[in-house]
Design a protein around this ligand. Structure first.
Ligand code: XMP
Length: 506
């Protein structure tokens, strides 16, 4: 178990990603809110920070419980912090210390730099520099501009580096983390999806006992994997609810429901389409639509949950990035928002929350799903927004518009699958525009709807670029849509990146 103390760097999550890639479990905690069981962690990593150690508001935590008693790796701000308070000197740097650099000196015979040689590329991002090393420090590496790029403290397992091993551009970054965690801190790299499943199932059994759990399935990866883990732990005491809000993809409700039943889950499908569509009638504001859908969902879910006698727990598919965003709200990170999945429980539901995936990143959820032999097609599904087609029908929503868009979307998505393009795209869908245009079909003039197709590449949805789909594919798709979907006479392809556009149109 590794503890990462977050000083607010934009790269803190990346440190966790790299550590997990070594099959070592780690947790991120804000520097000003240490977990109670600090002594259980086998090593500690201090993150970077947007602050200067010399600044008045800078994080200055008490590390006496950690330093000297545990292997400690201080990155960037962390390295400066150790220097500043232990007899060293930190000052603004006068040379360029952003971006790539190469190690011009590496101390020989150091376990920390095993398999890393002079010339190795590292990534710097700091405006202060360590002018003088702290007491008892030995310099381990330099770059042309940064003399004290790495050091260790004698008679301690304390290591410090000015560069960022977690970013992709530090080519030996993973090796360095491996040297520190496996060779120096002597941690076993035994954290795998299988070990996670075994440990989590045992933990859930112990925590939940014979209580009943209610969980809302969405058809997405997270809620499905969470449900399967809970099902392994408590079997029929897990009651799943899958709500049709009338804004899902074509045939999605019945197909996914069948799939859930096939997996042995105790699931109830609730078709509340009419209730959602009635409530949405006449609403054309995007945020207004989201609010209505959120409210009705809670009402429907609550009605259903009340039918399950004595339910004590609410299961959720919350994942780690959501948790980090919400726990850091009062911590040091600058770019945070609270997330709808966390703490979003309405008071009247009075259930305890259980979130088996709250420590996993998205790709880890997929690996855990794969290790439980979930259908690869399910695990590879594109993300789909909670409000569904409501935010892809621009303007007000009618059942007729939903049907048109479902047909268009199905032609596009099935086409991607049939042409081996689906897995090359991060997210795709169709948008029904509030635009009518003139066309000609046979000898008739038409005046009908226009749809836009959107397919993007992304890793996390935060930034995205449009996908260069083959012209021939677009041509076939456009023909199929116009010929087969009544009410559509024009198809356009969205070639905007995010930013400045967003993935969804609303
Ligand atoms: P944008 O449009 O902001 O979308 O670039 C980024 C990602 O978030 C999804 N999205 C939502 N998901 N509720 C959701 O559950 C929403 O209201 C919502 N709005 C956007 C979007 O599909 C994309 O994956």
């Amino acid at each position: 178990n590794v503890l990462i103390l977050d000083f607010g760097s934009q790269y803190t999550q990346l440190i966790a990603r790299r550590v997990r890639e070594l099959n070592i479990y780690c947790e991120i905690h804000p520097y000003n809110n240490l977990p109670e069981n600090v002594s259980d962690f086998k090593a500690v990593i201090l993150s970077g920070s947007p602050f200067s150690v010399r600044g008045e508001d800078a994080p200055h935590p008490d590390l006496s419980a950690i330093r000297g008693s545990k292997p400690l790796l201080a990155v960037c701000y962390g390295a400066q912090y150790l220097a500043h308070f232990s007899g060293g000197e930190v000052a603004p740097s006068n040379t360029r210390e952003y971006g790539r650099a190469n190690l011009s000196f590496v101390q020989e015979g150091e376990q920390f730099f095993e398999n890393i040689t002079k010339g190795s590329q590292v990534w710097m991002s700091h405006s202060d520099t360590i002018k003088k090393l702290p007491t008892g420090a030995v310099r381990l590496a330099s770059t042309e501009d940064v003399e004290n790029a790495a050091y260790r403290i004698e008679n301690e397992q304390t290591y410090a580096i000015q560069f960022h091993p977690e970013v992709y551009h530090s080519t030996d970054g993973k090796q360095l983390l491996e040297n520190f965690l496996i060779k120096i801190a002597d941690i076993q790299p035994d954290w795998t999806p299988n070990s996670f499943v075994d440990a989590t199932v045992a933990e859930l059994k112990e925590k939940i006992g014979n209580d009943k759990v209610v969980l809302g399935l969405s058809g997405g990866v997270d809620s499905t994997v969470a449900a399967v883990l809970l099902h392994k732990a408590i079997g029929e005491n897990l009651h799943c609810i899958f709500v049709n809000n009338g804004l899902l993809r074509k045939n999605e409700f019945s197909a996914v429901l069948e799939q859930y039943e096939g997996m042995g889950l105790n699931v109830k499908g609730v078709d509340a389409s009419a209730r959602f569509l009635d409530a949405l009638a006449g609403e054309s504001d995007p945020e207004g639509k989201r609010k209505i859908i959120g409210k009705i969902f809670i009402e429907v879910f609550d009605d259903e949950a009340h039918k399950i006698e004595d339910a004590k727990w609410l299961g959720q598919g919350t994942i780690y990035p959501d948790v980090i965003e919400s726990i850091s709200v009062n911590g040091p990170s600058v770019t945070i928002k609270s997330h709808h999945n966390v703490g979003g429980l309405p008071d009247f539901m009075k259930l305890k929350v259980v979130e088996p995936l709250r420590m996993l990143f998205k790709d880890e959820v997929r690996r855990v799903g794969a290790s439980m032999e979930l259908d690869p097609e399910l695990l590879g599904r594109h993300p789909f927004p909670g409000p569904g087609l409501a935010i892809r029908i621009l303007g007000d929503i009618t059942p007729e518009k939903v049907t048109i868009l479902q047909e268009v979307d199905a032609i596009f998505i099935n086409g991607l699958k049939e042409n081996g393009l689906y897995n090359k795209v991060w997210q795709a869908g169709a948008i029904l525009l509030p635009v009518q245009s003139v066309g000609v079909m046979g000898d008739e003039r038409t005046y009908e709807n226009c749809v836009a197709l959107r397919a993007v590449e992304s890793t996390d949805g935060m930034t995205a670029d449009w996908v260069n789909l083959p012209y021939e594919f677009l041509q076939k798709t456009s023909n199929a849509i116009i010929n087969r979907v009544k009410g559509v006479n024009r198809v356009v392809y969205d070639i905007s990146s995010k930013p400045p556009a967003t993935i969804e149109w609303e």
